[in-house]
Design a binder for this molecule. Structure first.
Ligand SMILES: Cc1cc2nc3c(=O)[nH]c(=O)nc-3n(C[C@H](O)[C@H](O)[C@H](O)COP(=O)(O)O)c2cc1C
Length: 391
């Protein structure tokens, strides 16, 4: 696989592990992915729930926990580390500042458009030329809005962009009816985004890698989406059932035990649809029952906590800790393909094998008469014993 180059940052494995909250991707998973050559991401959302004083002192708890996890991850790897921030949370700028102070390599900015971020950096007098800023969007149009705004107002553009399609796990940047109808293919989103950003590449004489996420599960998926113009992929679901993932074993087992029919779309108090594995909690909430809660602070700008049927942060944290009667597991549309819980290293090895098999199949297609290859000829599992670079 070609490395992912973002400015002067080079990931030998072109995979960004998706930031997953609450407390699913912390230092354990992020450092393991970074050690495998990819970009490991710590999810910052409600990260302070791991601290004993969160309910009383949430802002400080969030900042302290994020700093701690970044430092712990750094102690476990020399690889590339990032933080995932949701623009929709009320303390996003404070968490952003912590990540910069810790000289994090990459910040992914999702769940909203980070239009005024360069202004914030300027106003705070923050000088940091190290960190790469990568917004996550669900359409080429949203990418254009951010790039145009930054270019016009700050003469500056983000370092890369993640475009995430409708098959992802977690909150989705699509309307419910868009998810009920035929889903827009990720390859189309990638092609449109590459096209949309080409003008900014010319104007700023800078390459803007487009990274694709949402339903990218196998090495073949990686190969196919790279063909559509992606320079890297963002993968969450595939890294949940790993030994190093920071969630409880029970959470990971929901992936191993689920079937395709169990993967469902729910309405989140965030105001967005979310993809998750169905369970009794999801059924209860979907049927209109509520899980009363006391809101200690409004962690999400868009949450109407007085009328919300349950607290999303608490439900996700409960699930991460294995209390699935009081929460649920977010999961991508391909989570049902999970067979077991594996080390990250093994997942990465499988991805490489699948990728090179897809590449080899394409190679054969090109040199042989199509008729021989498009049938169900199985390519044997010879790739690992060959020098795969030469293949
Ligand atoms: C369990 C889980 C939790 C997630 N939590 C968050 C989150 O807190 N913030 C966020 O921006 N994205 C979140 N995501 C989305 C991932 O960062 C990533 O973009 C997505 O998983 C990619 O699609 P895939 O799951 O099909 O690989 C979550 C995804 C999963 C599966």
């Amino acid at each position: 696989m070609n490395p992912l180059q973002i400015g002067n940052l080079r990931a030998n494995l072109p995979i960004i592990q998706g930031g997953m909250g609450v407390a699913i991707s912390l230092s354990g998973l992020a450092s393991a992915v970074a050690n495998a050559g990819g970009i490991g991401i710590i999810s910052a959302v409600a990260i302070g729930m791991t601290e004993p004083d969160y309910m009383k002192n949430y802002r400080e708890a969030n900042k302290r926990a994020l700093r701690k996890e970044i430092r712990k991850a750094r102690s476990l790897t020399n690889g590339i580390l990032g933080v995932n921030l949701m623009v929709a949370v009320t303390d996003y700028e404070e968490l952003f500042t912590v990540a910069l102070e810790e000289k994090i390599d990459v910040i992914i900015l999702g769940a909203g458009l980070p239009l005024h971020l360069p202004q914030y950096i300027h106003d705070k007098g923050i000088e940091n030329i190290h960190t790469k800023f990568i917004p996550k969007v669900s359409s080429a149009k949203a990418a254009r809005v951010i790039f145009s705004y930054w270019a016009k107002n700050y003469n500056y553009i983000p370092d890369a962009v993640v475009v995430e399609g409708p098959m992802a796990g977690g909150h989705l940047g699509f309307k419910r009816d868009e998810l009920d109808n035929e889903l827009v293919p990720l390859s189309q989103l990638v092609e449109e985004t590459v096209h949309e950003l080409s003008v900014f590449e010319e104007d700023f004489e800078k390459e803007i890698p487009v990274i694709a996420g949402g339903g990218v599960y196998s090495g073949k998926d990686i190969y196919d989406i790279m063909h559509a113009g992606a320079k890297g992929v963002k993968m969450g679901t595939r890294f949940v059932p790993t030994n190093e993932c920071d969630a409880s074993k029970k959470f990971k087992e929901t992936y191993v035990n689920c079937s395709e029919e169990d993967i469902t779309i729910l309405k989140s108090p965030v105001g967005l649809p979310g993809r998750a594995i169905n369970n009794s909690f999801v059924e209860k909430i979907s049927s209109g029952e509520t899980e009363p809660f006391k809101c200690y602070w409004k962690c999400l700008k868009s949450c109407d906590s007085k009328n919300a049927p349950y607290c999303i942060a608490q439900a996700l944290y409960n699930a991460a800790n294995g209390n699935l009667d009081k929460g649920f597991a977010f999961a991508g549309s391909k989570a049902y393909l999970t067979k077991s819980i594996q080390p990250v290293k093994q997942v990465v090895m499988e991805l490489k094998i699948e990728y090179y098999k897809a590449k080899f199949r394409e190679y054969l297609k090109n040199i042989l008469n199509e008729r021989f290859v498009t049938g169900n000829i199985q390519i044997p599992n010879i790739i690992p014993v060959l020098d795969i670079k030469k293949v």
